[in-house]
Design a protein around this ligand. Structure first.
Ligand SMILES: NC(=O)N[C@@H](CC(=O)O)C(=O)O
Length: 425
């Protein structure tokens, strides 16, 4: 195993220091370190963060390997500064058995670019009718702790209650895609002034808020852990604030795109902006940003949703919802939050690692800690070229935008997965 000596790097925004990485861990920190056997990495001007952790990634394997594979998505993640991603269950076949989650977990190990933690489906086939084998997935080699029907809401309150109760036995968490399906039938975009003008069927904010309100009450009633996926409205923030004040065990995520882009993007009729939940208003964005700073929203999660060209470059109504996120998330966070490094480390690494229970992740670089970290150049600016992304898909909403920050290197247990801004393998 090669040793690495990172010189003069700012750890989470602190004064520059040296980091010696050896045998998979941070062996030493301090000014003026020397290690003749180590490869030197110049960290001048760079910020070291604990490796980012994404709680919400669609890797598409098995089933849609044309859109993404565990390997291509892992490479996109590493290039985005991630050392761990949680892979959503809406694959084909659905990850609703021990066999499928073990397959995804094994593919992640084989790719070896990030730790891939499979998420298990809550219900068989995401159909919302009966519980999947949650216990078998938890006991499998993949050690599943997060369960989600993401892409679909667990709409039946009795099933949701059962799922919340079931996962208590192994400190699991249900990650809910909050969307009351009866209120979003035929929905194409956010219900509001723009949808009225464009004549597109709207997805009202209340469809999200009603489910979150119900679920925080259910989680409180059974004393279980609830995680809310991709929170997108100001009203949802108020429900979450209320629940947290009552001591409900609820955590919540916001995506980079819901922090930056509004429903006005639909005016272009470019389906790259079609996403679920939909892009909302400037008022929602302001509330989401404030909630993220305050901690009412715990984490940024990408909802990286790669789609093949034919599923995206078609009429708006026929396009699949979803956008890429892994390779641009840190840049959007920097754009939105500025260089608040401790906040970024908390919302993009420490907190998601805690929620997912990922050992060895989400820890600031310090002696003895597994060397899962990323080096960011905060002053660099880059223009997003879809063709240059590592993802197999091209559906980034940031094409040709110039964004702050560049991932220079990522280390997974002391081995670089990215060096000089390029994937190592
Ligand atoms: N977030 C998205 O817009 N898409 C997700 C699933 C979903 O939530 O619809 C996908 O898997 O593509």
């Amino acid at each position: 195993m090669t040793a690495y000596l990172i010189k003069s790097v700012s750890v989470v925004g602190a004064a520059p220091t040296d980091l010696l990485i050896r045998d998979g861990v941070v062996a030493e920190t301090g000014a003026g370190l020397t290690a003749p056997d180590a490869t030197v990495v110049d960290g001048t001007g760079l910020v070291a963060l604990p490796g980012l952790v994404d709680l919400h990634t669609h890797l598409r394997e098995p089933g849609r390997e044309d859109a993404e594979t565990v390997e291509s998505g892992s490479r996109a993640a590493a290039l985005g500064g991630y050392t761990a991603v949680c892979a959503m269950a809406n694959t084909s076949p659905v990850a609703d058995t021990a066999g499928v989650v073990e397959q995804v977990w094994r593919l992640g190990r084989e790719a070896g670019l990030v730790d891939v933690q499979p998420i298990g489906a809550v219900t068989v086939g995401l159909a919302g009718e009966r519980l999947a084998e949650l216990g078998a997935m938890a006991d499998s080699a993949a050690r599943v702790r997060i369960f989600s029907d993401d892409g679909h809401c667990v709409a039946d309150p009795k099933l949701m209650r059962r799922a919340l109760e079931y996962v208590k036995a192994f400190d699991g968490v249900i990650a809910q895609h909050a969307e009351e399906p009866r209120l979003t039938e035929g929905a194409q975009m956010h219900e509001g002034e723009v949808s009225t003008r464009l004549g597109l069927t709207g997805w009202p904010a209340v469809a999200e808020e009603a489910i979150i309100a119900r679920d925080v009450l259910l989680a409180e009633h059974v004393g279980s852990r609830l995680h809310v996926c991709h929170v997108s409205t100001a009203g949802s923030v108020e429900v979450l604030r209320h629940a947290k004040a009552r001591g409900v065990k609820v955590t919540a995520e916001v995506t980079p795109h819901h922090l930056l882009l509004t429903d006005a993007k639909a005016e272009t009729y470019d389906p790259v902006y079609k996403v679920n939940p939909p892009l909302r208003t400037a008022t929602d964005i302001a509330a989401l940003r404030a909630a993220l700073v305050e901690g009412v929203i715990d984490i940024i999660a990408t909802d990286h949703a790669p789609h093949a060209v034919e599923d995206k470059e078609c009429e708006w109504a026929y396009a699949r919802p979803g956008m890429l996120g892994l390779e641009t998330a840190l840049s959007i966070a920097l754009d939105v939050l500025g260089p608040q490094w401790d906040l970024i480390a908390e919302r993009m690494s420490r907190a998601p690692a805690r929620i997912a229970g990922l050992e060895g992740h989400g820890l600031d670089p310090a002696p003895g800690v597994p060397a899962n970290l990323t080096l960011v150049d905060p002053t660099a600016r880059r223009t997003i070229e879809p063709a240059e992304l590592a993802s197999r898909s091209r559906n980034t909403p940031y094409a040709r935008m110039t964004l702050p920050g560049r991932i220079v290197a990522t280390f997974l247990r002391g081995e670089p997965t990215v060096l000089d801004g390029k994937a190592v393998k």
